[in-house]
Design a protein around this ligand. Sequence first.
Ligand SMILES: O=C(O)[C@H](O)[C@@H](O)[C@H](O)[C@H](O)COP(=O)(O)O
Length: 221
Amino acid sequence: MKLIEYPDAEAMMMQVADRLASEITMGLSGHGHVSLAVPGGSTPGPVFDILSGTDLAWDRVHVLLTDERRVPPDHDRSNERLLRERLLRDRAAAAQFIRLVPDEGAAMDTLEARIAPELPLSILLLGMGADMHCASLFPGAPQLARALAEDAPPVMEVDAAEGLEPRLTLTGPVLRGAMSTHVLITGDDKRAALETARRADPMEAPIATVLDRATVHWARE
Ligand SMILES: O=C(O)[C@H](O)[C@@H](O)[C@H](O)[C@H](O)COP(=O)(O)O
């Protein structure tokens, strides 16, 4: 794990956006397209804002969510809505968005067929909860062991934390298989949780499934 600590969140968001843009451009120099998986939540918005205006070959970038809530795409808790408002606009509107929700009435295997061509992920950006979850891999979720298993399907429907709607999430093997992994966190609570996660099993700290290969970016809020 590589840890980069920034003097403030604004500096971190700018530098992470710049790093992701560089990695996208580098990936495109050798491939027809790159796949970029990003989280929802409240942290990555400023990175999305900066990236959306960055001049790069967005028409060759396939954007996926690391996880999605089982809500309509216009719902205020929808991660797709977050991306459409913060990332998939301006120059980045040209990107191809690969939805993480099966079409109405479609089976999960149609979703797996949609995701498969994007694997291994070129670039993965994750957030982390103070409970050390990432994507929608939550400690204590009944599906967690299955979702972390080497033979897990690429995407699964799982329970989230108490009282939250069911989620769709990329699974452990997909997250671990990314060519480049970044974790974006702010605040002292998550900094402490990161130290715990570094010594924990992924069943207690799902973020631990990627930490050995991740660059973690941290700033106080
Ligand atoms: O759907 C989501 O909410 C995210 O994909 C989730 O995994 C997020 O990264 C963490 O919950 C941290 O969320 P915050 O950035 O809001 O703290």
